[in-house]
Design a protein around this ligand. Structure first.
Ligand SMILES: Nc1ncnc2c1ncn2[C@@H]1O[C@H](COP(=O)(O)OP(=O)(O)O)[C@@H](O)[C@H]1O
Ligand SMILES: [Mg+2]
Length: 239
């Protein structure tokens, strides 16, 4: 079943087309990797899908419902949730409170939101930091907190924007394993990432973007050997 249908999605900022005529369908349960050089429009694509930006043109259909132009809260309420490349937790608040605020989107009572938050914190293995101020977390912890806040909204489609960025190689493997588990539990994922080893380990299909547009889409191993894709990366310092 198609969970997300994206049609001719386009975003222009004062003359610069950041996302150009993107067409993509995401199947329920799929793990879709998205790569592309800096400035390719990956983050803008997520902002268009998750409702932080309104498209200049095109359509977003989620679970059969046209959600084009909806705001982020309404989009999240139907199950489409993104993480942010730049994490922005409330630093003086505890990990628990940060996640509980997100969980309030799904649970009315304070008690139920806390219970749900604790479950998610356990899931991302932040349990030993549960009462620590978020500002005291190391980068790897902040990445997990960002993931926890997204999971607390109980998404059906999770958009992950460079959740491995800033992690040292030894911290990447456990994060990749966690993402694999979340996917194995049934989550549909769109995964923007620069770390190619992670992209190749997790992605069932790969979308390559360049200058706002789709350059290639398909089997990850076929796509990365596509001469147009190789060309787009020449000169890029690629992980
Ligand atoms: N709010 C904005 N206003 C103007 N230009 C923007 C804005 N957001 C992104 N851009 C531009 O759009 C292009 C795509 O950016 P982005 O989506 O962040 O790329 P990526 O995430 O692939 O690195 C870049 O040229 C960027 O400078
Ligand atoms: Mg980006």
């Amino acid at each position: 079943m198609t969970l997300l249908h994206v049609e001719s999605l386009t975003k222009t900022f004062a003359g610069l087309t950041a996302v150009r005529d993107v067409d993509v369908d995401v199947t329920d349960g799929e793990f879709l990797g998205i790569v592309g050089p800096n400035g390719a429009g990956k983050t803008t694509l997520f902002s268009l899908l998750a409702g932080q930006l309104e498209p200049t043109r095109g359509r977003v259909v989620f679970d059969g419902q046209d959600i084009t132009g909806w705001g982020p809260a309404k989009v999240a309420s139907v199950g489409l949730v993104r993480t942010f490349q730049l994490m922005r937790p409330f630093e003086s608040m505890s990990v628990l409170d940060n996640v509980a605020i997100a969980a309030h989107g799904r649970h009315r009572s304070r008690k139920a939101a806390r219970r749900a938050a604790l479950e998610v914190i356990d899931r991302v293995q932040l349990d030993r930091y549960v009462h620590s101020p978020s500002g005291s977390l190391p980068t790897a912890g902040l990445k997990r907190l960002e993931l926890a806040r997204a999971l607390a909204l109980e998404p059906r489609l999770l958009l992950l924007d460079e959740v491995l960025a800033g992690l040292v190689p030894a911290e990447r493997a456990p994060m990749i394993e966690l993402l694999r588990e979340i996917h194995a539990d049934g989550m549909t994922v769109m995964f923007v990432e620069h770390i190619m080893a992670a992209v190749m380990a997790l992605s069932e299909r790969l979308l390559v973007m360049a200058e706002g547009a789709e350059l290639a889409l398909g089997d990850p191993h076929e796509v990365i050997t596509d001469p147009r894709v190789v060309e787009a990366y020449l000169g890029e310092d690629y992980a």
